[in-house]
Ligand binder design. Structure first.
Ligand code: MRU
Length: 364
């Protein structure tokens, strides 16, 4: 997507070829800053500290992290250590393991002297593939929005609700849930996006809103609790969210609060779709609620909030009374039965084992 008129990805190889550069998402929406990752530790820190975040981008960053590690030491032990270090950064998004396993399987059989170059080539390929997957999701999701637009009074927008940031900042480019939205907007369909703020880290308010504003897509930021009310009043035509891990049976793990949106959508007859690139499918799991590890993040994310003061400085303030305890599960699981359909790079399918196997017949 463009930033300041220039096509920009969320991570790229530096011009000198010596490092990976990223958009440091912790600065947004107030500051667009980039950071340079020059070592395995830099890459692991960027994922852990959520300078990069979103399932596909976590995977892509980990792929580059393996390259950074092999560049300084290509031996077997260093490869295993890098794999383990990166895998431990965040537990929920399966794209992390997918990318690390793919990279490791590719370089392990090679002589040590060839490993870094092979890792770099595959990391580049994983990034390009991510963009292609998202283009596929855009093509598969666009007809859904077009069909809703045809039922609208001329000039009335299709109202789409999204949660968290499953936009281009969560991927290498284009996004998953936002890919059909950008495609619809670019095709001239009138759309309007309800953006859940997504407490505690506010990925919706800070990142999705920034993205949509940057691309000129009409949108409104709402509190996480407003979606049900809007659905009851006919103000949401479609929900599209992303996923951090989808089971082989179609259960979807995504940012905390997604499940409540799915319940409200079902109660109000609002179609609830999940954009699922295939690297986000964990073919080994069949029961999302029991089997997917849910990241528990620091209580400070709930107890405090960060923003920009009137004088322009960034400040973090406390919200809670002294002595209150805090819980911060970062993801939840939406059962397949609440999901209208999955939007994959190969087309739409039911959120079920049958639906997924129909599109991906070669996967277990
Ligand atoms: O904790 P985050 O910001 O990494 O969580 C991101 C999400 O939950 C996204 O919705 C998900 O990764 C899908 S991104 C295309």
């Amino acid at each position: 997507m463009n930033v300041g008129g220039l096509p920009t990805r969320t991570l790229w190889l530096s011009i000198d070829g010596g490092a990976v550069e990223i958009i440091d998402q912790t600065g947004l929406p107030h500051a667009f800053v980039t950071a340079r990752l020059a070592s395995l530790e830099d890459a692991a820190h960027a994922i852990r500290a959520m300078q990069v975040r979103g399932a596909p981008l976590i995977g892509a960053t980990a792929a580059w992290g393996l390259w950074l590690a092999l560049r300084s030491d290509p031996c077997d032990a260093a490869l295993e250590r890098a794999h383990a270090t990166l895998l431990a950064t965040r537990p929920t998004a399966v794209n992390l393991r997918w990318a690390l396993d793919r990279m490791t399987a590719h370089v392990r059989p090679l002589p040590a002297s060839e490993r870094a170059a092979a890792a770099r080539a595959l990391a580049e390929k994983i990034c390009d593939e991510d963009v292609a997957l998202n283009r596929g999701i855009a093509a598969a999701g666009l007809p859904l929005i077009r069909a809703l637009a045809q039922r609208k009074t001329p000039g009335q927008p299709v109202n789409i609700l999204t949660h968290c940031n499953a936009g281009w900042l969560a991927t290498v480019d284009l996004g998953t849930a936002t890919a059909p939205i950008y495609a619809a907007h670019d095709a001239g369909l009138p759309i309007h996006v309800w953006v859940d703020e997504t407490r505690p880290r506010n990925q919706g308010a800070s990142l999705t809103a920034w993205e949509l504003a940057n691309h000129g897509v009409p949108h409104t930021v709402i509190t996480d609790n407003a979606g049900g009310h809007l659905m009851q009043h006919g103000q949401v035509d479609l929900v599209i969210v992303g996923t951090d891990r989808t089971t082989a049976t179609g259960d979807v793990c995504n940012k905390i609060g997604t499940y409540l949106k799915a319940l409200a959508a079902q109660d109000n007859g609002v179609p609830f779709y999940v954009a699922v690139p295939s690297p986000s499918i964990d073919w080994s799991l069949s029961d999302g609620r029991r089997e997917i590890p849910i990241e528990e993040r620091a209580g400070s994310e709930v107890a405090q909030i960060t923003g920009r003061l009137a004088n322009g400085t960034i400040a973090t303030v406390s919200l809670l009374p002294a002595g209150s305890t805090v819980a911060n599960p970062a993801f939840d699981v939406t059962p397949a039965r609440l999901i209208t359909g999955l939007i994959t790079e190969r087309g739409l399918c039911a959120a079920s084992a049958l639906g997924l196997r129909g599109l991906f017949p070669n996967r277990e």
